[in-house]
Design a protein around this ligand. Structure first.
Ligand SMILES: NC(=O)c1ccc[n+]([C@@H]2O[C@H](COP(=O)([O-])OP(=O)(O)OC[C@H]3O[C@@H](n4cnc5c(N)ncnc54)[C@H](OP(=O)(O)O)[C@@H]3O)[C@@H](O)[C@H]2O)c1
Length: 325
């Protein structure tokens, strides 16, 4: 099969088109003929050598695919050959064929194309488990999403707004802030020109927000703590600004705050299957009705994965970058 591999850790150019043997679906898995594969920031980390695949996962990059079921392993009876699915995978997405645990597949809504569907799994699974499950965001509450224009941010804004939360988001330009507002954020906050703690205090009458989803880390953490309301939750899922922080615990005690975080990739298929079931129940109706839609910024042919990564590292994009196979 055609695939793109990480020839050695390094810059985007280390992503090289190759021929690889076709993968085989093991028990509980399906084999998907890939039509499109999403690009995610963790792929960039993996390419640089900073995010190795978990044991047993493909060494090829790619955490999400959309395509057609080509074969089934034993015990994957819930899907039929020819079904259109999108799937969360632990690697191997940058390829013409990819195996996926059957429980990590979801049906592509009838009116949705493969490119749009490939932009769903990684951010929707991540946002669901961190914002609504771990972070317990409820209708009527307030949320702040850092990196509002990212794949994660554009998903979080739409889902939280659709489920009745008041949403705020930070981003690195005024244009990105307006894009966040078009997706459902009440107020985009340009972190280059505004202090998000001050803005959050203004827009919440001094109370702070109930939930913050942070992909930046570093010196944002102490500021997040200052921007949270009583019983607020901080969920950390990335460290693009640094992986250590110094905190004043008096505010955590005084305001009864919760600090948590998680990473999706090493979790078991059973755990990911539970997230898939929740998405199918709670989020798929929104996708089917078009009330929530993955934002695809640009597509590249699979063989141009290096250009797709260069674009992602420029941070020019709003939403998702997708490879077509
Ligand atoms: N824990 C998990 O399970 C999990 C799963 C998936 C992704 N993630 C993490 O979530 C984050 C977003 O992933 P994604 O695929 O949505 O990324 P993405 O689409 O590439 O977006 C990242 C955006 O973050 C913004 N940003 C803010 N501070 C930054 C900084 N210090 N350095 C670089 N960019 C910065 C940039 O926009 P502006 O600066 O212009 O606003 C950039 O466009 C990543 O950290 C990723 O590792 C975690």
């Amino acid at each position: 099969m055609r695939a793109v591999e990480i020839s050695t850790p390094g810059p985007p150019e280390v992503l090289q088109p190759v021929e690889r043997p076709d993968p085989v679906a093991a028990a509980g898995e399906v084999l998907i003929r890939v039509a499109a594969a999403g690009v995610n920031r963790p792929d960039v980390l993996q390419r640089r050598g900073a995010y190795p695949p978990p044991p047993g996962a493909s060494d090829l990059p790619g955490l999400e695919v959309a395509g057609v079921i080509e074969a089934r392993g034993d015990g994957a009876a819930e899907w039929r050959i020819g079904d259109r699915v999108c799937a969360l995978v632990s690697g191997g997405g940058y390829a013409a064929l990819c195996t996926a645990p059957a429980v990590q597949c979801l049906p592509i809504p009838a009116s949705m194309d493969f490119v749009t569907a490939a932009a769903i799994p990684e951010t929707f699974f991540t946002v669901w488990t961190n914002v609504f499950d771990r972070g317990r965001l409820r209708a009527g509450e307030t949320a702040l999403f850092h990196g509002g224009s990212s794949g994660i941010g554009t998903t979080a804004i739409q889902l939280a707004a659709a489920r009745g939360a008041r949403v705020f988001a930070t981003a690195g330009s005024d244009d990105k802030c307006r894009a966040c507002e078009q997706l459902g954020a009440e107020r985009g906050i340009n972190y280059r020109t505004e202090d998000f703690v001050n803005v959050i205090k203004q827009v919440t009458d001094g109370l702070g927000v109930d939930l913050i989803l942070d992909i930046v880390g570093g010196d944002y953490i102490a500021r997040d703590i200052a921007a949270l309301a009583v019983e607020g939750r901080l969920v950390v899922i990335g460290f693009m600004g640094g992986d250590t922080a110094t905190l004043d615990f008096r505010r955590i005690l005084g305001r009864r705050l919760t600090i948590t975080g998680s990473t999706l990739r090493p979790r078991t298929p059973a755990e990911k299957g539970e997230i898939a079931a929740a998405l199918r129940r709670e989020v798929w109706p929104l996708l089917e009705r078009g009330e929530v839609k993955p934002i695809v910024y640009r597509t590249f042919p699979l063989e141009q994965a290096a250009a797709a990564h260069a674009l992602m590292e420029s941070s020019e994009h709003v939403g998702k970058i997708v490879l077509t196979v």
